[in-house]
Design a binder for this molecule. Structure first.
Ligand code: FE2
Length: 197
């Protein structure tokens, strides 16, 4: 494994979580549905914890958490653009439309977050000793949460769009009701929603 690339990925992952805190803070304000607001509030707390978890990994691996890399700058730029997009929608449109925009932005951010942790889980297997232990336990702590952040918000986004289109919507989405934590589970929940309507 190219160790330098793992370091680069870790810088991206830290920036993703730090940007994620700002994205959730903005998204919570945009939530109209009470269940969704509660869910995002919970994810905000978990994302704050993910920042701390990564800072602990940085310590174990001897990395400087303030170091800037190109990859990190890219992640930061995208994160700021997502916050800007959500804010624009909140300022200029009906609140239901701003809620959908926020949901889409959360899905975009969580897609990157989910990928980061999936890759970090793979990379952890190739480390040894204390470094392996630190990264592995970090991955174990966040894994299920990242699955929920992505799959549940994807479900919310689809159903909020359905509602906006005036089509039958399942709220909260089946992904949340069924506590989906895998891509297969998400596909199944999506399939079953058709039978529910
Ligand atoms: Fe996260």
């Amino acid at each position: 494994m190219k160790r330098e690339e793992l370091d680069n990925l870790l810088y991206e992952a830290l920036e993703t979580e730090q940007g994620g805190v700002k994205i959730y803070e903005t998204a919570v304000r945009a939530a109209v549905n009470e269940d969704l607001r509660e869910e995002w509030q919970e994810y905000l707390g978990q994302t704050r914890r993910h920042v701390e978890i990564l800072e602990e990994v940085f310590e174990a691996l001897g990395l400087d958490k303030d170091k800037q890399t190109t990859g990190r700058q890219v992640v930061k730029t995208i994160g700021e653009a997502l916050v800007e997009a959500m804010t624009l929608a909140q300022k200029s449109g009906p609140k239901e439309a701003a809620e959908v925009v926020a949901a889409e932005c959360v899905v975009l951010a969580e897609t990157k977050d989910h990928l980061n942790w999936e890759l970090l889980g793979e990379a952890a297997q190739k480390l040894s000793g204390e470094e392996r232990k630190a990264l592995k336990s970090a991955c174990e702590e966040v894994e299920d949460q990242e699955d929920e952040h992505l799959y549940h918000t994807t479900g919310w986004t689809r159903e909020l769009h359905m509602q906006a289109l005036g089509l039958p919507a399942v709220l909260p989405p089946p992904e949340e009701e069924k506590e989906v934590k895998t891509a297969i589970g998400a596909a199944r929940a999506k399939q079953q929603r058709r039978e529910m309507l």
